[in-house]
Design a protein around this ligand. Structure first.
Ligand code: SF4
Ligand code: SF4
Length: 435
């Protein structure tokens, strides 16, 4: 049972004991500089000592923003897999040459925004490991030409192309060069989503090289059915941080009753699991700050670094606003239409309908690039999963409520007070829709 009477009355009692000075609770500091679709700049959890220290305190994690300049470089359009949810359409087999890459790296160093600390360089593809030598070249180039720059290197990989020589180079450079593995869960689920590639991955290599580093999970219709089993499996083999847990982007209608029914059971199982193992870092689906929903005024911000901090360089060196807005996803006419868009204007990213009328707006995930793909507008959110967001909010509230009762010191007083307030509202607004 989600948010049952007993839990609600314990929460109300706890709330009455909290002294808070906040007449007007206002959350301001959530500007996200990275890509939220792939769970932010994923190597922060490995690299940043403050985040590592606080990794079990999700309230604290969410408050810290390390503002690194986070450009991505597409070093190849080629990929050796063909995953069921891949949105990249225009594959042409091209890769970036070293001359172009050197110019891109020079540009990045000279254009690092003044309000950022250090550079987090992400290589993407296709599958970036197809051009491993090019990534090594970039590493050496930065070390020789910019020895004083604070740069870390990062790539998300399908993990199928690492040979012994590659592993040995990576082990040597693991303190500045990180790989994050895409892993969708058990062998069965992963194989279904990702081209039967589970047995081609040396999972132990990833765990041992970067303990604490997480994996990126993408949900398909198939994996939704086994969501709890997959998340538990990934934790059980030793990965602490599970990011990118999102329903895949596009116009798939996720709010079907059959998906809702499946998800109810899966989310309940996950709540029980995270209650049983309170030391685990919550996966991205559950890692939400409910108190944000109680902020007055409502938080108004861009959710990611599109067009500013997450710029993307294609294989020919052309700059684009982010990894989603590229020739692999959009044709030249669509890209041309976006070219004079003002990415700095926050208003250009606020869906007024959602902002003005939806309580979950501050915690509902969105990707402006995917919005454009489906709705032809960066700001207009894809509404094909609103029911799922409401259902998810109930279970997030249930989990947070149970964790706070188990450990009242888990959250600072103000956050605790408004988290409980939000749990009450979520129950009031959405419970009867599903139960
Ligand atoms: S719009 Fe681009 S930067 Fe923003 S969440 Fe989507 S992919 Fe990431
Ligand atoms: S749940 Fe739906 S209506 Fe609410 S903010 Fe998200 S997209 Fe908008």
């Amino acid at each position: 049972m989600v948010l049952d009477e007993q839990l609600m009355s314990a929460l109300i009692k706890l709330q009455q004991t909290i002294k808070t000075d906040c007449d007007n609770y206002c959350v301001k500091d959530i500007k996200e500089f990275s890509c939220t679709r792939c769970s932010g700049s994923a190597c922060r959890y490995v690299y940043d000592p403050i985040l590592r220290e606080n990794k079990n305190n999700f309230a604290t994690n969410n408050k810290i923003n390390i503002k690194r300049f986070s450009p991505s470089i597409c070093i190849t359009h080629r990929c050796n897999l063909s995953c069921v949810y891949c949105y990249q359409k225009h594959r042409d087999g091209k890769s970036m040459n070293r001359n172009t890459l050197s110019k891109v790296l020079d540009w990045i160093v000279s254009n690092k925004p003044k309000n950022t600390q250090g550079i987090e360089l992400t290589f993407i593809g296709g599958e970036p490991m197809i051009e491993f030598d090019t990534m090594k070249y970039a590493y050496e180039y930065m070390c020789s030409n910019y020895p004083n720059e604070d740069v870390i290197f990062y790539a998300t990989t399908n993990g199928t192309l690492l040979d012994e020589a590659g592993k040995s180079w990576i082990r040597k450079h693991k303190d500045r060069f990180y790989l994050r593995l895409s892993l969708d869960g058990t062998r069965e689920t992963h194989n279904k989503n990702r081209n039967s590639s589970f047995d081609l991955i040396d999972i132990d290599f990833f765990k041992e090289t970067w303990p604490g580093q997480g994996v990126k999970v993408t949900l398909s219709e198939y994996s939704l059915k086994n969501l709890a089993e997959n998340i538990k499996f990934i934790h059980s083999i030793g990965f602490d941080d599970i990011g990118g847990v999102n329903l895949y982007e596009g116009d798939n209608f996720w709010d079907k009753p059959e998906f809702i029914d499946i998800l109810k059971n899966q989310l309940k199982e996950l709540v029980d699991f995270y209650i049983e193992y309170p030391q685990l870092r919550l996966n991205q689906l559950f890692d939400k700050r409910l108190d944000f929903c109680e902020s007055t005024p409502k938080i108004k911000c861009k959710r990611c670094g599109i067009g500013e901090n997450t710029i993307f360089f294609d294989v020919d060196g052309t700059r684009y606003p982010c990894t989603f807005i590229t020739p692999m996803t959009y044709n030249s006419l669509e890209l041309q239409r976006m070219s004079d868009f003002n990415f700095k204007s926050i208003d250009n990213f606020i869906d007024e309908g959602c902002y003005n009328s939806c309580y979950l707006y501050p915690i509902c995930p969105t990707c402006a690039g995917a919005n454009y793909m489906v709705n032809g507008s960066f700001k207009m959110r894809i509404k094909n999963r609103c029911q799922i967001q409401k259902l998810l909010a109930l279970y997030v509230a249930d989990l947070m409520g149970k964790r706070v009762i188990m450990n009242p010191k888990l959250l600072d007083d103000d956050i605790k007070y408004y988290t409980i307030e939000s749990i009450k509202k979520i129950r009031e607004k959405y419970y009867s829709l599903f139960f």
